[in-house]
Ligand binder design. Structure first.
Ligand code: PAF
Length: 281
């Protein structure tokens, strides 16, 4: 696996592949890779001739009181894991490569509507920074397809919408959530949990399963949301939301036949904020 830091080297390698008619799959990450990320690489590997991964902890998607400084940076381990999964090229840029005028002076991309609710409401500016960096990375890599995990369900929807609205010729591929044996969705932030918190964290997944059961049993979605919120509070979580939404636009369910729904939860456990979701087919 080749590792490059600058845009010219990245483009030169990809140009070489393109000249041989090879397709390019892309997996953007913030590093600190776990089995969930590795599954994204394998998916890209299966769908494209060449796989590019980026590792970049993007400053513009963190709020002032969030964990940008303490976000784990583990490039050496990440590089070994990517190479093992069959990644061809690791792009690990400096901040100045992606933000030549500095993060505070960057062009910012705002994807309307879908970014104002849920994560967007609780993390103002997060999706602007995320969409901006993904668009910059897409411009540099110009992949045929890009793989994102369903764990960040709203992020996936924001990217799908950005790609469509900007007519980017990129197929967005979503990868299923990877879970620990006890149901906890894999996340780099799980390592912030104390052992005691880690043992309680799977409660979020069991709450999502219960939301599905209640809906299947015919309860109204509003009642299901209330029950889930109360359940999390009783277990010592501080939920930001526990909701049922339409899986496409994340708007409230309309009750129309055939509507695809998703249950989404975000809750704090101690100082760690966890998110998870479950598609309700
Ligand atoms: O999901 C992530 O790791 C990040 O939000 C992403 C897509 C790499 C953009 O920084």
């Amino acid at each position: 696996m080749q590792t490059v830091q600058d845009a010219a080297a990245l483009r030169a390698t990809i140009r070489g592949w393109r000249s041989q008619g090879q397709t390019v799959g892309f997996v953007p990450t913030m590093g600190n890779l776990h089995a969930g990320h590795q599954s994204l690489i394998r998916l890209a590997r299966a769908r494209a001739d060449k796989v590019v991964a980026s590792v970049f902890v993007n400053p513009t998607q963190f709020g002032p009181n969030e964990d940008f400084e303490r976000y784990p940076r583990t490039l050496a381990q990440d590089s070994a894991a990517l190479s093992e999964q069959g990644c061809d090229l690791l792009f690990a840029p400096e901040v100045a490569t992606l933000y030549p005028f500095g993060p505070a002076n960057s062009v910012l991309l705002r994807v309307p509507q879908i970014t104002t609710m849920l994560e967007g409401a609780h993390r103002p500016g997060h999706f602007d920074g995320m969409a901006t960096v993904v668009c910059k990375l897409f411009n540099l890599v110009q992949p045929d397809l890009a793989v994102f995990g369903q764990k960040d369900f709203q992020q996936l929807k924001v990217i799908e919408r950005m790609v469509r609205d900007l007519s980017l010729p990129i197929k967005v591929v979503s990868a299923p959530i990877m879970r620990a044996d006890d149901g906890l969705a894999l996340s780099s932030r799980n390592q912030y949990l104390s052992p005691e918190e880690r043992s309680r964290a799977p409660y979020i997944h069991s709450t999502l399963l219960q939301m599905r059961e209640l809906l299947d049993a015919g309860h109204a979605w509003q009642a299901v949301e209330q029950a889930a919120h109360a359940r999390l509070v009783r277990a010592g979580f501080a939920p930001d939301y526990a909701v049922i939404r339409c899986a496409d636009q994340l708007t409230e369910p309309t009750g129309q036949a055939g509507e695809r729904l998703v249950a989404l939860v975000a809750a704090r456990l101690g100082s760690t904020r966890l998110i998870d979701n479950l598609l309700l087919d």
